[in-house]
Each structure stands twice: as structure tokens, then as C-alpha cells.
Design a protein around this ligand. Structure first.
Ligand code: MG
Length: 161
């Protein structure tokens, strides 16, 4: 077994879509970034890579590389997990995430986000937890200047058939 931790934060700004776990969430502000700025998928990607010491999302998919401009972060997550499985030989036991966002309220979207992430990773919905909380109005998340995510992933060796 191995454990990995991932963290990411993106700025919330007008004129961008808000995409979390591949789901576009209706809101008057969205996440600024080089890719689609899916802060949740980025944190999960880093947790998976961290568990097997394969570096981080920025090393795998550099934001200086024009091919990743506006990239679908679920595609990046899927590719990172392919490397975790095929190169390192580990697969997911479970993933747990906390999304820190003052607005919008995310609870109505949590099940759809879990389903999308489970499909992307080809794991059970039971094995991916996504929790949302506010930041009590303080800090960049509390002032609605940013959304951040903490993620942990537990992996086990791929059991040979
Ligand atoms: Mg990011």
C-alpha cells in the first residue's frame, strides 16, 4: 500500500467556466488557468502521482507546453493514472477530497462529480469521496478569490490476473 497527497488552488475570476471533476458548474465566476483549471482533477492527479513518487502534474504536463492550453484535465488525470498503473504497478484503493469554496454551493453537484471521476479512473463511485466546505468567509477561498482542493489517495499493487 502507498498513500499520496495532492493540493491545488486556482483563482476565481469572471469570464471563465467553473469546472470541478470534469463537471461544468453554473456560476458567475470560474477558474483561471492554463488548462481548463479543474482544480479538483489537478489535486487528485497529484495525489496519485505522489503515492508512487512519479512527480507532479506540472512535470508530466508542463503549462509552458502549448498542447496543454485549455486541456481537458480529465484526459490528463486519465493519462497520469495510466502511468501509475502501467509504469508503477499500483491501482486505487480509495480517494478522498475536500473542496474549499465559499460559493457556489457544491453539495447539489457532488454525486455527479463523483460519478464523472469514477468513470474517468474506472473505479467504483464508492471509492471516491468528494466533500465540500466553505472557509468561513476568511482567506482567499472565503473571500471568493479562489477555490482550493486537498486530496489523498491510497493505492495498492495491481493484483496480477
Ligand atoms: Mg492546477
Amino acid at each position: 500500500m502507498r498513500i499520496g497527497q495532492g493540493y491545488d488552488l486556482h483563482r476565481l475570476e469572471a469570464g471563465y467556466p467553473l469546472i470541478l471533476g470534469g463537471l461544468t458548474i453554473p456560476h458567475d465566476k470560474g477558474m483561471a488557468g492554463h488548462s481548463d483549471a479543474d482544480v479538483l482533477s489537478h489535486a487528485i492527479t497529484d495525489a496519485l502521482l505522489g503515492a508512487v513518487a512519479l512527480g507532479n502534474i506540472g512535470q508530466l504536463f508542463p503549462d509552458t507546453d502549448p498542447q496543454y492550453k485549455g486541456a481537458d484535465s480529465l484526459v490528463l488525470l486519465k493519462e497520469a493514472y495510466r502511468q501509475v498503473r502501467e509504469d508503477a504497478g499500483y491501482c486505487v484503493v480509495n480517494i478522498d477530497c475536500t473542496v474549499i469554496a465559499q460559493q457556489p454551493k457544491l453539495n447539489p453537484h457532488i454525486e455527479a462529480i463523483r460519478k464523472k471521476l469514477a468513470e474517468t479512473l474506472d473505479i467504483s463511485v464508492q471509492d471516491i469521496s468528494v466533500k465540500a466546505k466553505t472557509n468561513e468567509g476568511v482567506g482567499p477561498e472565503g473571500r471568493e478569490e479562489a477555490i482550493s482542493v486537498h486530496a489523498v489517495a491510497l493505492l495498492q499493487t495491481v493484483i496480477p490476473y
